[in-house]
Ligand binder design. Structure first.
Ligand code: BTN
Length: 237
């Protein structure tokens, strides 16, 4: 992977560029990296603030459809492991895909896919707050952090990029669902916690007890009823 590399000083979103590459038939593993994004996006239509200093990249894949539900988990786990390899910090995962350090978000994954006839692909997008001062972005101060903030010194972004790509590639190419789920669950700080899940208008409150084999979150309400959240947002309450 990384055999086909597209680097940009500034781009709208690496997701869009990777999607265009898919339509042009670029090889699996093609990597789009930008030093900054002007239209960086996150899950649930959120904006991903993307100033210079951090890592923003997207990887193009042509997965069989069965692998699709696991790509976010795979990326989250790989990035958490890569961060721990490169920086002396502990990285946990908040369901479904946030990498948290010291209780604050340091990285996020976004998977977008197209499975219509003629153009079947998936793009894994990764944003890691590396050498940035979060206090300059008031919207996310208090909930976000950066690796340099946590490490107390600048972090080698290129090293981290290499570690993250290697780990995503290896977990994808040697796909092992059981090992993936086990390692992912072991890092999931959401389990056992009181949570509030929002899916559009609906809200569910309870305790996050487990995840399904596809990574959906199982919540037990106070009345004992069980609910499974496939997509949405969860706050630790
Ligand atoms: C999230 O936590 O909501 C996901 C954030 C994903 C951000 C990355 S940065 C690289 C790629 N390009 C984007 O526009 N978004 C993803």
């Amino acid at each position: 992977w990384g055999h086909t590399l597209f680097t940009y000083d500034s781009i709208g979103s690496t997701m869009d560029r990777a999607g265009e590459l898919a339509h042009k038939g670029a090889r699996e593993g093609a990597l789009v990296i930008a030093a900054e994004q002007t239209e960086g996006r996150g899950r649930l239509n959120r904006k991903w603030i993307s100033p210079p200093g951090s890592l923003y990249f997207s990887v193009l894949l042509y997965p069989p459809i069965e692998k699709l539900p696991y790509l976010t988990m795979l990326a989250g786990l790989a990035v958490a492991e890569a961060i721990e390899e490169c920086v002396a910090v502990q990285a946990g995962l908040k369901w479904p895909n946030d990498v948290l350090i010291g209780g604050r978000k340091a990285a996020g994954m976004l998977v977008e896919s197209s499975f219509s006839r003629g153009k079947q692909y998936a793009v894994i997008g990764v944003g890691i707050n590396v050498n940035v001062d979060i206090s300059t972005s008031p919207e996310i101060t208090g909930v976000a952090t950066s690796l340099s903030e946590q490490a107390g010194m600048p972090v080698d972004s290129l090293n981290l990029l290499r570690a993250a790509i290697d780990r995503i590639e290896s977990r994808y190419s040697n796909f092992d669902k059981t090992a993936l789920l086990d390692s992912w669950k072991a890092r999931l700080i959401t389990l056992g916690q009181p949570v509030k899940a929002t899916m559009g208008e609906a809200t569910i409150e309870g305790t996050a007890t487990d995840v399904t084999d596809e990574g959906a979150l199982i919540i037990r309400r106070t009345d004992g009823s069980i609910c499974t959240v496939v997509a949405g947002d969860v706050t630790l309450s």
